[in-house]
Write a new protein. Sequence first.
Length: 589
Amino acid sequence: MNNGGIRLLRLLANSWRNALFVRLIITNLVVILPIVLLGVYLYNWSYTNASNEISKNTTAQLSYYLEDLNHEIEWLEIQQYDILQDKGLNKLAVTWNLMDNADKKASIDYLLHRLNSIKNSSAYIKDIYVHVRTIQKTISSSNEVDDFNQLGFNYFHNEVDKKEARLISYNNSLYLSTAKYGGKEGEPIFIVQIELDMNKLRESLQQISVYPESGSFLISNMTGYTLASDAEVSNDLLSYVFAALRTDENTLIKRIDGMNYHLDKAYSEPLGLSVVTYLPESAVKKPLSGFNKWAWLFALTSCCAIIIYALSTYKFVHKPLLLLLQSFRKMEGGALDIHIDHEQKDEFGYLYNRFNQMVKKLQTLIDQDFKQTMMMQKAELKQLQSQIKPHFLYNNFFILSSLAKTGDLERVELFTNKLGEYYRFITRNGEDNVLLAEETRHSRMYTEIQKLRFSRRIKVEFDELPKDMERIRVPRLIIQPIIENAYEHSLEKMTNEGLLHVSFGLDEDEARIIVENNGDYPISDEQIEALQARLDSKRGSGEMTGMINIHRRIMLTYWEGSGLFLSRSELNGLKVEIRIKLEGAGDVV
């Protein structure tokens, strides 16, 4: 994108940023947005409170559940130890071989009756097993008398000896077990094994899951055994449940299978069991669904209000105001044939009427003053040009006198020929403005004249004028006096070799002519600023008069932004830059 396009975009951006329409819309948003944000805050606050309250109640419920379960397990353990100390069972295990068939049958019937009585005393008991090693029989309340279960006996024997957990995980179920020792073999005489009813435990887990979408897990922290209230659960949910057990927080929020879940947990140290419940976030938000609908309705209504306000403001305020601003800009550009029509009798109608009257009066004043102003400006340009000629003539005769004194007739002849061409350009009648190619040719002629005098001490580098700059029209004598000033006030006084460099530059909206020299003594920044200030003050004295005249002539022709600009040269001397603004000047052929 070119520089003009970038400036246009910046102008539009600044215009919109400072527009009254934008400020009104922002004001409206400032009023409405806090209300919307307050609604969002109230919704989140209600959700947070509801979530915390549910988690608090759920955690308390889980703790009560584990306490009740612990009481039930303690009751089962008491019954288990009663069986362990039962005299009939101990007699059967020790004196089995001494009994006749009638006594054996009576002892077994007694034991079965005792086991069934204990089983019926608790809904959490699925079955009770007694593995009697001495008679190689396994007696249970469900299967009565069966062959000795050696695998079960060995497994529970090891678990009882470990004494790591009250509840033992075996064959995807939980058991209570204890052993009766006696004799010299080191193995139990019999082992009592109470199997907990998993269906009953699952039903109890379902009872603590209040919401239909919620669920619970009973997990043994020692063995990792897990019982879920639902038969089917995802592996991701199960993995997050185990991860929750490893944290110290009782309530967690996790995203599982694309849905946020609330996880609450409680732990019973006596049982070594944890209970974890999960609840979808949607269930927590369900009581707020009504508030959510009203919040969306309010937000939608607010957006509609903002749009209606913006459209009405644009139609009744911004558009009429923009028309007035555009008319002012056209007037600034010189267009005076402007008339604004407005049918409505409102404030803008009054402003438009006054604007039309102002344009008419302004056009009348310009018509009266235009010719007088242009004539005065042209006379000033003529005066400024004429002030330079005597100064040039004096310097040229001084150079000719110096060459005559040396007796170098050949150089005198060459100098007079070049001098004739030089003054032919100055004294000819014609337009006040000339092509930059002619002005550059005349300045180059001046440097050729000076070479005849200073060829050994002063070197001149005169760049070629770019083709695109040849047809630019400029006032006469704007380059040569600056070159002459460099010779007179710097190069002629140098003890070392002097250097004069003339170059050119062209942008889309500006042409530049640069004259710079090396200088024998570095010029300070303060001195450059002082010279520039004297140029801008439009008051000339002494050697600055010629440069001030050039500066004013360029400004009168090309207006603001054009003229002479001074700075430090890279050659360590003074750099004079002639800037000519091309945009809107009307002087490019």
